[in-house]
Design a protein around this ligand. Structure first.
Ligand code: ADP
Length: 254
């Protein structure tokens, strides 16, 4: 059952070198994301991944088309949608002098919820840092803390924008474990990434995005079967980088 539907969703921005002209950063994207899946939006920088997520989260105006989460139109009813979703932002700036427990309690209060901050820190494996300040956390710990912040309202859907960018391999794997654990408890997770390995090992289904459009979607295995080039003898050949190259003619890091 789809919990998220995008129907020709579009976003227009002014061109950087000619403010009078514009381009479609998100160009008529239609997509269905099922309840309970880890869904990845994979694409190079500038593909439109963040903008797509921001429109779903109610953080960016929608210029065309529509989107709904759990049957609620995100444009018509942004406050109802905000109750359903957790959003982990790319850069988090926290109030300097508050500890992790104090910050979670504060975020809970913003949602008018009394939360068990220590239980939340347990969930993201940060209990021993309960009285630390965010500034004193490592990169991986900061990412896990920002996920804890996104969980204060017990969301049905969690959005993660490039959650492992800049993390070392161990921190990346810890974060993947956390994402799997949350998903195992029934949460739908939508993440963006330009890391093929992340998409391949973590996501049940993937949409590949380039120049504002979805150019392919499916399970990692389906995409590799359909798009990765030779040799044809192997049951599964190539990887998602080959899929992207075959579809666009350029690599993910171009
Ligand atoms: P991605 O997340 O895939 O890297 P983005 O959604 O951030 O891509 O950006 C898509 C395109 O829109 C890029 O060309 C980017 O430069 C442009 N863009 C993003 N935000 C703005 C903005 N606020 N104003 C103008 N252009 C923007």
């Amino acid at each position: 059952m789809p919990i998220i539907r995008l129907d020709n969703l579009s976003k227009r921005y002014p061109l950087p070198d000619n403010k009078k002209a514009s381009f479609l950063a998100v160009d008529s994207v239609s997509l269905e994301i099922d309840a309970g899946e880890i869904f990845g939006i994979l694409g190079p920088n500038g593909a439109g991944k963040t903008t797509t997520l921001e429109m779903l989260e109610g953080l960016n105006d929608i210029d065309g088309g529509s989107a709904s989460i759990d049957g609620i139109d995100v444009q018509k009813n942004p406050f109802a949608v905000k109750k359903l979703i957790g959003v982990q932002l790319q850069a988090n700036e926290y109030f300097d002098n508050l500890s992790l427990v104090e910050l979670l309690t504060l975020f809970g209060a913003l949602y008018e919820r009394e939360i068990d901050a220590l239980a939340l820190l347990d969930k993201v494996n940060l209990r021993e840092k309960a009285s630390a300040k965010p500034d004193n956390l490592s990169g991986g710990q900061k990412q896990r803390f920002s996920i804890a912040c996104a969980l204060v309202n017990e969301p049905k859907v969690l959005f993660l924008d490039e959650p492992t960018t800049g993390l070392d391999p161990q921190a990346k794997r810890n974060l993947w474990d956390l994402v799997r654990e949350l998903n195992g408890a029934g949460m739908t997770i939508v993440l963006t990434t330009h890391n093929m390995e992340e998409a391949e090992v973590l996501c049940q289904r993937i949409a590949i995005m380039d120049h504002g459009r979805i150019i392919a979607q499916g399970t990692p295995a389906e995409l590799i079967q359909t798009h990765a080039p030779e040799p044809p003898a192997a049951p599964l050949h190539g990887n998602l980088e080959d899929v992207f190259l075959a579809l666009t003619g350029h690599g993910l890091r171009d």
